[in-house]
Design a protein around this ligand. Structure first.
Ligand SMILES: Nc1nc2c(ncn2[C@@H]2O[C@H](COP(=O)(O)OP(=O)(O)OP(=O)(O)O)[C@@H](O)[C@H]2O)c(=O)[nH]1
Length: 298
C-alpha cells in the first residue's frame, strides 16, 4: 500500500525568478498573478495539486527584498511567516542569471530553516539557457547551501514541471487529504477578484505606477431580477491625483478597457456574468500609512 502524503510547499527566490509562473504550471490553473515586473504577488495564494497518493498545497509568496517602506517590511514579514509554516521550500534561481548577493541574502535565511524544513534548489527558466549553462548553474547553486534535492525546470516549455511536483511531494509528511476534491484555491473569491483587477490595471502602465495601485472588492451581490448576473463593486486606489489620470486615460477610456479585461477574467473565475462597478480613488501615500494599509488588506 502506498502512503498518502499531504502538506504545504512554497517557492522562494529573488523577485522575477519565475515562482508564480512555476506555481501556475504545476497547479495548471491561473491562481497566482504573474507579471514581467517584480513584487506583484502580495497574497499567499494557494494552489492545490491533487493526486491519487498525495495532496500538495502551494503557497505563493512575494519576493524577499530589502525593505524601504512600511509595505516592504510587511511583505518581508509575510514571506518569513510563510517559510516557517511550510513542509518543503523550493529555492528558485533562474538559469540565465548569475547567482548574486540577492540570492545569497535569501540562502542565508534558508540555511537557518533547513535544519527543520527541507529546501530544494530549483533552477528555473531552463529554456533560456544552454545545457552547459544549466549544468554550471546547478553546480553554482550547490555551492551556495546544502539542498535536500536539486532540479532544473522550465515553466514555459513544460520541461520537468511534473518532476518538481514529484520532488516536493516526496518531502511531504504522511497525512490525510487536507482540502476537499476539486478545490483549486482557498483564497476568498474577493481577494482573487481584486488581484485580477489589479493585474488588468497595471497592464501597460507598470513602468509608471508599479507599486502604486491597490484594489479592494467591497461587495459581490446577486442581481435580483437576473439569476445569472453578479454585481461586483470594487475600488481602485492610487497614491496621487496625477496617477488617477494615468489610470483613467483620455475621457476614462483606459479605465473602461481595464474594466472590460478584468470582467472577462472574473466571469471565467466565477462562471457567471458579471457587471463590474469600478471606481478610482486617491488614498494619499497609502504605502506609508499603517491605517490605510490595514484598510487595503495588508
Ligand atoms: N523564458 C522563461 N520565462 C519565464 C519562465 N518562468 C517565468 N518566466 C518569466 O519571468 C518573469 C517573472 O516570472 P514570475 O513568475 O512573475 O516571477 P516571480 O518570481 O513570481 O516574481 P515576483 O512575484 O516578483 O516575486 C515573467 O516575465 C515570466 O514570464 C520560464 O520558465 N521561462
Amino acid at each position: 500500500m502506498t502512503t498518502y502524503r499531504s502538506g504545504f510547499a512554497c517557492f522562494v527566490g529573488r523577485p522575477n525568478t519565475g515562482k508564480s509562473t512555476l506555481t501556475n504550471a504545476i497547479v495548471g490553473s491561473k491562481v497566482a498573478i504573474t507579471s514581467s515586473k517584480p513584487q506583484t504577488t502580495r497574497h499567499a495564494i494557494r494552489g492545490i495539486v491533487q493526486r491519487p497518493d498525495s495532496q500538495l498545497i502551494i503557497v505563493d509568496t512575494p519576493g524577499l527584498h530589502r525593505p524601504r517602506t512600511l509595505l516592504g517590511q510587511r511583505l518581508n514579514d509575510v514571506v518569513r511567516a510563510t517559510w516557517s509554516e511550510v513542509d518543503v521550500i523550493g529555492f528558485c534561481v533562474p538559469a540565465n542569471e548569475k547567482i548574486g548577493p540577492g540570492d545569497k541574502f535569501i540562502a542565508a535565511e534558508l540555511v537557518k530553516l533547513s535544519r527543520h524544513t527541507p529546501v530544494v534548489g530549483v533552477v528555473t527558466k531552463t529554456d533560456t539557457a544552454s545545457k552547459n549553462q544549466i549544468a554550471d548553474q546547478l553546480m553554482a547553486l550547490q555551492g551556495v547551501m546544502e539542498f535536500a534535492d536539486l532540479i532544473p525546470v522550465s515553466a514555459v516549455d513544460g520541461f520537468q514541471v511534473d518532476a518538481v511536483a514529484d520532488v516536493l511531494v516526496s518531502r511531504l509528511p504522511e497525512g490525510p487529504q487536507l482540502y476537499p476534491d476539486g478545490e483549486l484555491t482557498d483564497e476568498p473569491e474577493a481577494t482573487l477578484i481584486a488581484e485580477l483587477i489589479r493585474e488588468a490595471a497595471l497592464e501597460g502602465v507598470r513602468d509608471e505606477l508599479p507599486h502604486s495601485i491597490a484594489v479592494t472588492v467591497e461587495e459581490i451581490l446577486d442581481r435580483e431580477e437576473r439569476e445569472d448576473m453578479l454585481d461586483v463593486y470594487a475600488n481602485l486606489f492610487v497614491e496621487r491625483d496625477s496617477q488617477k489620470g494615468i489610470v483613467l486615460g483620455h475621457k476614462g477610456e483606459r479605465l473602461r478597457e481595464v474594466g472590460a479585461s478584468a470582467r472577462r477574467q472574473i466571469e471565467a473565475l466565477l462562471g457567471s456574468k458579471v457587471y463590474l462597478h469600478l471606481h478610482v480613488k486617491v488614498a494619499k501615500d497609502w504605502q506609508r500609512d499603517p491605517k490605510q494599509l490595514r484598510r487595503l488588506g495588508f
